[in-house]
Design a protein around this ligand. Structure first.
Ligand SMILES: CCCCCCCC/C=C\CCCCCCCC(=O)N[C@@H](COP(=O)(O)O)[C@H](O)/C=C/CCCCCCCCCCCCC
Length: 216
């Protein structure tokens, strides 16, 4: 049996995104939630300054677990079945002008995580391809500005900018992935990032097909 501490590395988490996908391209929500829990664990290890971010992710994961464990749980087996169920039964707030009726819908909640997954993909790709002396804070902000920033209020953008300034160097970051040297971490990212990319692309297509990419 493996040692839980040494098993805890970023490769395990990134590869777990592979398990989210079935052969016919269903995104399995149980695995999706588990993969995100692993990411939260990493985020927590970066320090208390990131706790406002991890609290938000945890609350979204709790919403999804609540739906999954509810009497309607079978509809929340995959992203596809969730979208079919919630859209088909009008359980999603589509119109920004109306009073929210379903603030905790699965579609809305996963959309927030889905956007964050794109941030993660761009950030880790930046880490992988950047020179040794690249600033992680710049890599992180660049990825943030092209993904999540557009959806966040001014106050959150300011808090995030401060938190980014506390990030460790690229070398420390790569070693914190717990997969060996920085060179090995870079290699691992090259192998494992496509798993995140696949999940992101399939989810993006599904949400676009149902016009769900801009849910309030
Ligand atoms: C050793 C390297 C490993 C890197 C592993 C990184 C692990 C990353 C884990 C989590 C990523 C951040 C997830 C952020 C989710 C944000 C969801 C969101 O947009 N929530 C907002 C909207 O929700 P509603 O209000 O509409 O319900 C919410 O308002 C936001 C609240 C908190 C701020 C979120 C800031 C996100 C910044 C992303 C960068 C994270 C920096 C991590 C540093 C590596």
């Amino acid at each position: 049996m493996g040692d839980p501490e040494s098993d805890f590395n970023l490769k395990v988490i990134l590869v777990s995104f592979k398990q989210c996908l079935t052969e016919d391209g269903q995104v399995l929500l149980d695995h999706y939630i588990t993969s995100w829990k692993g990411l939260v664990r990493f985020l927590n290890s970066l320090g208390a300054i990131f706790s406002f971010i991890s609290k938000d992710v945890v609350s979204k994961l709790q919403i999804m677990e609540g739906l999954r464990n509810s009497p309607q749980g079978e509809h929340y087996t995959s992203l596809q079945s969730m979208v079919a169920y919630e859209v088909g039964n009008k359980l999603v707030d589509i119109d920004r002008r109306s009073r929210p009726r379903y603030p905790n819908s699965g579609c809305r909640t996963v959309l927030r995580l889905h956007r964050a997954l794109r941030w993660l993909q761009l950030f880790l790709e930046g880490l992988r391809t950047s020179p040794e002396d690249a600033s992680t804070s710049t890599l992180c902000s660049d990825a943030y500005n092209t993904t999540l920033a557009a959806y966040h209020s001014w106050i959150i953008r300011q808090a995030v900018t401060v938190a980014f300034c506390t990030l460790p160097t690229r070398k420390v970051f790569l070693e914190a992935m717990n997969v060996g040297s920085s060179e090995q971490a870079v290699e691992m990212l090259g192998e494992a990032l496509p798993f995140i990319e696949n999940v992101y692309d399939i989810s993006q297509k599904l949400y676009a097909e149902h016009s769900l990419l801009d849910l309030p």
